[in-house]
Design a protein around this ligand. Sequence first.
Ligand code: NAP
Length: 306
Amino acid sequence: MRDVIIIGSGPAGYTAGIYTARAGLKPLLIASSVEAGGELMKTTEVENYPGFPQGLQGPELMANFQAQAERFGTEILLDDVVEVDLKGDIKIVKTGGGQTFEAKTVILATGAAYRELGLPREKDLSGHGVSWCATCDGFFFREKTIAVVGGGDSAMEEANFLTRFAAKVYLIHRRDTFKASKIMQERAMANPKIEIIYNSEITELKGEAKLEAVTLRSTVDGTESNLDLDGLFIAVGNDPRVWLVENQVELTPERFIKVEGRSSKTTIPGVFACGDVIDPTYRQAITAAGSGCVAALDAEHYLSGH
Ligand code: NAP
């Protein structure tokens, strides 16, 4: 029987590994068979992670996280968790590779997946003009012409934020009213660098080595047009990865795992959650890492009480 099993290998999962390993709990971290390292593996340069003044590549940062977790004895398994039973005192975790583990505590760090538009070149152009994170990549678009797609708070926030760098920001939305809160909409509408394109959806991403333009289709009459762009930020929502546990731990109305106050405690004793799977607001590598630390300390306190 294990003391701790950590599910997920982004900044939250690895930080939970570092802390629980240093506490002598010999954690098993199940890192996924195809997506080990999490969303940062899809990022190019990370310039805002404290401690790296020159910045570093996302995959390099995650390799550092992994090495640090392993240095203290975190056991890393490149497999996918396919089923869990968290209700009892002994938690059961099953993997796609056919292994079954038992643990006294489980830390859920399964993250959130940015929603994609589902267009053919989207993956190829990711990191080459197409981005899901204005905070991470906005800086690369100084004096450029870019667009944000989406109509929620994220799209408004990203569009406003990006006007610090870009010469021009188009805000492309598929309807003529926004889902975003009024105050966020008003801020975007009042920003002279933002031009709103209503009733339009993107049907094609164009460019070979990097994004050069998009095709827009009117959702009113179907007419198509071309829009030249240096960058496109996709802000059409994201989905916390909760399918594994959604019938066991309680979720928030937005479908994030519900935790108690500032802790990582879920509605099941001995089960903790951290990182983007609990965070509808900040979603940064550094906040996820901090949250992983919280989960490790909570698990440690729980075990010392048992
Ligand atoms: P969201 O509220 O779910 O909005 C997603 C937006 O993307 C909607 O306007 C939706 O259009 C559009 N969309 C979805 N799929 C699309 C597609 N395939 N093509 C084009 N457009 C598509 O997501 P979010 O903006 O990321 O916000 C998530 C949560 O975080 C919300 O609760 C939000 O309030 C919160 N948040 C708060 C702040 C803040 O307060 N500072 C900042 C960011 C986020 P439709 O409107 O047509 O459905």
